[in-house]
Design a protein around this ligand. Sequence first.
Ligand code: SF4
Length: 354
Amino acid sequence: MKKESIYGLPLEQLIEWLQDHGQKKSRALKVWDWLYRKRVTNFSEMTDLNPECLELLTDHFILQSLREHTSQESVDGTIKFLFRLPDDNLIETVLMRHKFGSSVCVTTQVGCNIGCSFCASGLLTKHRDLSGSEIVEQIMKVQEYMDNARQGEKVSHVVVMGIGEPFDNYINVMDALRIIIDHKGLAIPGRGITISTSGLADKIYEFADSDLKVNLAISLHAPNNELREQIMKINRVYPLEKIIQAVEYYLAKTKRRITLEYILLKDLNDQREHALQLVSLIKNIQQLINVNLIPYNPVDEHPQYQRSDHETMLAFYDVLKKHGINCSIRLEHGRDIEAACGQLRSKQVKANQG
Ligand code: SF4
């Protein structure tokens, strides 16, 4: 019998499963307490469960399916983990330390099919979607690392911005987020969670209609279709007009702000004219928009893309600010390690292939 990871079960499902197997509802609450509050790594440590319940869990579920393959730590405290999945695929998860807490950037797919031309992950096409449990477990593994360091740190924020397009694995990602938010479990509040999409407009509508109250970010990276198509081929399917329409729907429906991510690429999308085009693109919705300008992390595989000069970034920022747009330049984490999304994994996969 193939055992499932217990981290894939929302509390309600665990209650139902245990009741179907002759156990009381209260045992499910205890199990969740052991999993997410006491954070044991073995069922045998759940010492107040009756032997029958323990045997059931051990026979049907596994607790740890991810294994740490390697990790890199930056001087700023950022840690990039490479985890090995049961089928031997490797995924990246990143821990970032901020003044406001500790956030974990999770991966949602093995590889990615969106093919953004600046991205190290896009070089390795999608192999498969991650399950909900594999997404939750990334956070548990990082939390385990922090628990072992005994500094009392707790994951306070989650960003769904690692390898993969989360909206291309919509159901599993939504299931994972419900488990992560549940106040009886990890209890990470929705306002501390951000999901980032390359702009799958159909899913933005669906997400707006869902009951999940988490933040949304959209990777825009260009202010016109011609340029965006050059950088992100997904723009052929979802051009800017479609994305902006979906964003308008989302804003009207949820009344929550959206972040637009914009990677600044030297001499390509970082000029004054681009900033002005961006202003014009979002002028009708700018009251509910934050623009996050991101300094590019060059990767060996894409030498055509370079980081914008500091002055150019500031000039771009100034244009947006002058037009009343809420805007920031993203603080960088882990620049001294393989910091760009997918770099560590892509190097490891290539080394294995070589
Ligand atoms: S930037 Fe994100 S969506 Fe684009 S290829 Fe990389 S992982 Fe995929």
